[in-house]
Design a protein around this ligand. Sequence first.
Ligand SMILES: Cc1cc2nc3c(=O)[nH]c(=O)nc-3n(C[C@H](O)[C@H](O)[C@H](O)COP(=O)(O)OP(=O)(O)OC[C@H]3O[C@@H](n4cnc5c(N)ncnc54)[C@H](O)[C@@H]3O)c2cc1C
Length: 423
Amino acid sequence: MSVADGGGGPKHVLVIGAGIVGLALAFRLRQGGAEVTVVDPAPPGEGGASFGNAGAISASSVAPLAMPGLLRQVPGMLLDPAAPLHVPAAYWLRAAPWLARFVAAARPATVARATAALDALLRLATEQHLALAREIGAAELIRPNGQLYLYRDRPQLAKDAAGWDIRRAHGARVETIERADVVSLEPAVSPAYQVGVFLPDHAYCAAPHRYARAVAEALVRAGGEIRRDRITGITVADGRVTGARGEDGTYAADEVVVAAGAWSARLLAPLGYRIPLETQRGYHVDLPASGVTLTRPLIPADRKVFITPMEGVLRVAGTVEFGGLDRPPSAARANLLYDDLAAVLPQASREGAEGHWMGHRPCLPDSVPVIGPAARMPGLWFAFGHGHLGLTGSAPTAAMLAPVILGQPTNADLRPYAAERFG
Ligand SMILES: Cc1cc2nc3c(=O)[nH]c(=O)nc-3n(C[C@H](O)[C@H](O)[C@H](O)COP(=O)(O)OP(=O)(O)OC[C@H]3O[C@@H](n4cnc5c(N)ncnc54)[C@H](O)[C@@H]3O)c2cc1C
């Protein structure tokens, strides 16, 4: 089947960015009959955050990061280098406008709007990833084993009550469990953690990079094309997008999707878009011989990291560091992850663990990604800004956006995700 463009041939869609968001969307577009080309200077899944995330698929993570009470936490972010969210002094001025918008997004009305948007997008994430993984021949990668949050005691849990209440209000199963049940789920957890919150409907991906590669391979098998090139500009004629220009060639297309993660705003600036997209840099360390067996991601709530049993390694991933797209990674930030690991799994061995990885989460102040058509520019589409939830949101974004690009009937309401909300 092919989808007709204005002239009767199949519609040609160019997707900029071969992270998990661009790839999942490209695959769905190809399945829907479009000619699809994905362009990225890096091999699929290697250029950005999709390579090394924590693998959590978190359908009920509908509370935005900016929540009422945020302002009280800002001094800690600025002054404590070991805080889970850190803004280095050299980056304070650069980060200030974004942080101001972030604090403003903690208003109750904005939080309610963001929560509804995230719920509508992510609600079916587990099912959508299970389906995608099956269709690309990698069903074993998505494990619907739930996720386990860990608390030291009830008072610590009470501090997070607002976030859990929001999830429950949106229909999520959120089970508070005592130490005995924590241990029956995950025997390795340190006795320092006496209370758990189990999310039975969450899932995880056991190899995020392999997942992205498998989507790319399925795309190519289905007739899609992947090109290695860095896009330098989106081309426009008579007020309509005509394709893009890269370092190594030009790409004509009927529709162009910007799915370049944290780099998306740079690509759009020459077209007049001022999108407040900030990278929140995160790190991982992988332990090849931890000696610990887990069945699902553990999330110690006091440390805000994920400890995930990946294929062949135990991964500790997290921390939020401002610092832009171009500054080198900070080994000191990455090394904090070993302290997080030791707090939860003191018996875990670091043997063979080497180096660390840093990735750029593409973050918008209200935690809602930009998905949908560019109102002022026919032929231009957006699929970026998924922040801390881009693996989770990738298959859902593809399911929501592909039919709209293909001109198929759909009842998707893309207005909550519009770029125009930033003015
Ligand atoms: C430490 C860490 C842990 C995380 N854990 C989780 C988690 O457990 N669950 C979850 O859901 N999410 C998690 N995330 C977030 C998630 O990884 C991201 O939101 C997601 O990977 C974003 O995907 P993307 O495809 O939009 O962007 P990316 O994966 O960053 O891909 C963007 C691509 O665009 C390409 N690109 C850039 N510029 C150009 C250009 N000019 N031309 C062509 N291509 C270009 C880049 O090379 C890159 O390949 C985590 C992130 C980090 C850093």
